[in-house]
Design a binder for this molecule. Structure first.
Ligand code: PAF
Length: 288
């Protein structure tokens, strides 16, 4: 496995691959890798085949964090991430610096961003202004540097994946965006680098997200007619906030492709939720 930190070196290699022909699979990450990330790497490998190239990027992107969010304390462990990537058969680990990705940003000389204007307004976009502008900007930049044929994203960030698919289509990126299923801990908690923050009594309380999803699934499956979204939201909110350190940020029912809010919940409606467990904000989602 090669580790590359220079944008130019990565782009040159990507251009060489494009000339020589191997298919390139790409998994963008912010590091502190877990089984969920590795499942995306294995999916990328299956998609490009044994002769293809798999690139993982490892970059904690400052522009997708709000001023009071966890950018500076976001977990980082480069040596461990590099070992996991090597063992997973990654060909290139691309780990650029802030100066390489946003030249002149500290001096106010970086001024180009990519903005998706529709799908990014609700849920994470409403709770975290400028988050998706940071995501679409960094992902567009990474696509231009790595030049992948296929990029794999996790379904845990359902809205993010929908926005990136839309961006790739709207801006004519010549690649396929694949969304791979969420990996869960044995008790149902969706795997996330931020789970590291859940210490002591907070960890068992984090099960509340998966339990809420299961309650919603059971409610929809047992109801003979579509269920009121407002009523189900209130029920899930009460159930989650029964945990002493849990506070709901949002619970949303929506159509999975358009992300349009649903007033009635039926089989196939999607549920997404964001919940603070202590000061840690967790997200999850599922098709009902
Ligand atoms: O999902 C993530 O880890 C990040 O949002 C991404 C796609 C790597 C962009 O920084």
């Amino acid at each position: 496995m090669r580790t590359i930190s220079s944008v130019l070196a990565m782009q040159r290699l990507a251009l060489k691959w494009r000339r020589l022909g191997p298919r390139v699979g790409f998994v963008p990450t912010m590091g502190y890798l877990h089984e969920g990330h590795l499942s995306l790497v294995h999916r990328a490998r299956r998609l490009v085949g044994p002769r293809g190239k798999v690139v993982v990027s490892l970059y904690v992107n400052p522009t997708q964090f709000g001023p009071r969010e966890d950018f500076s304390r976001y977990p980082r462990d480069f040596a461990r991430d590099a070992a996991l990537c090597r063992d997973a058969g990654v060909d290139v680990l691309f780990a650029p610096t802030d100066a390489a990705m946003y030249p002149g940003r500290d001096q106010g000389r970086y001024s180009t961003y990519v903005v998706e204007k529709t799908l990014s307004q609700s849920m994470e976009g409403a709770s975290r202004p400028a988050h998706f502008r940071g995501v679409t900007t960094i992902v567009a930049k990474l696509f231009n540097i790595v030049l992948p044929d296929v990029a794999v994203f996790g379904a845990k960030d359902w809205q993010q994946a929908a926005i990136i698919q839309r961006m790739a289509m709207d801006l004519n990126f010549p690649l396929k965006v694949v969304v791979a299923p969420t990996k869960r801990e044995p008790d149902g908690l969706a795997m996330s680098s931020r789970n590291k923050y859940l210490v002591g009594p907070l960890r068992p309380q984090a099960r509340a997200l998966w339990q809420a999803i299961q309650t919603a699934q059971a409610a929809v499956r047992s109801a003979p007619t579509p269920v009121s979204a407002a009523r189900l939201k209130r029920r899930l909110c009460r159930q989650i906030e029964d945990q002493p350190d849990a506070r709901v940020d949002y619970i949303e029912f929506f159509e999975p492709e358009t992300l349009a809010s649903a007033a009635k919940v039926r089989r196939g409606t999607h549920l997404a939720l964001a919940v603070f467990i202590g000061t840690t904000r967790l997200i999850d989602n599922a098709r009902l």
